[in-house]
Ligand binder design. Sequence first.
Ligand SMILES: [Zn+2]
Length: 317
Amino acid sequence: MTSPWRSGAVASVVVAMLLTASAWHGAAGEPAPAPTTPAPEKKPDAPVCDRAAFRLVVDVGHTAEVPGAKTSRGLHEYEFNLRLAKLIDQQLRDAGFSRTILLITDGGKMASLAQRVARANASGADLFLSIHHDSVPDQFLEKWIYQGEEHSFSDRFKGHSIFISNDNPDRTDSLAFARLLGRQMKARGLQYTHHYTEKFMGSRQRVLVDADAGVYRYDQLIVLKDTLMPAALLEAGSIINRDEELALATPERQALISASVLDAVDAYCATRRPLRPANTAHPTPSAARAKPKPAPAAAPSPAPAAAAWPFSWFKRQ
Ligand SMILES: [Zn+2]
């Protein structure tokens, strides 16, 4: 408890200090300012993202009709992609990235690829991120019984991976964003998979561009090479791995991944001015400078099937 004497003494000291401060300001010929808390020190050159002007396309890998890989418990990759992409979209919007586009396509494999590239390019987006979940080549699959039914699995690999294409018109910024994303995931304790560097991956072996962030190069991916803006593809984890499938289905893991995307997009955006006013949706200046590409809807890329689609080895249609 505070005694009346002590309160009175403190009040006297405060009044004296205020009078002194007032007298000093009076002597300087300036009015005494209202007492305020000191402003936090501002970093003068810290880049800031204009979130309302920045547009990310969150591409949902595969379609309801052609749902991608099967999980070790017989679910479809598309369900995982859609759920995670929706969460990322919502989290970005909640954080002020109001121009974010959740890109959902339909139909067959090539039709949906052409559709997603055409729609992304027409959107005038600053950045493109495709969301997938990983599987393995057939030779690694084993069988097990889950809830009375036989399913394929492989517990050999786990972890996420990020891909970029050197054939994207803006390879530099694609890599810059992919690195930011990989580092954000690493900072949250998520580990990328190294197995794409192994010889046993054969035609699916990839060059590891950034060993710290887990960024691989995959030039032929249509969504990475035919998009006119910087682009990356995230394999969020392995759903053919029995433990990781369960982890990826949890809100906790999904929240870690979506928070990683938000922070990576924010950091990327902060280093890069939006390429157009907020209310237009024309191709970007960088897109206009990009090398001419065939219109994807009219003439899909003539790449061979294995190269045209990232994970054709585990498609079961
Ligand atoms: Zn996929």
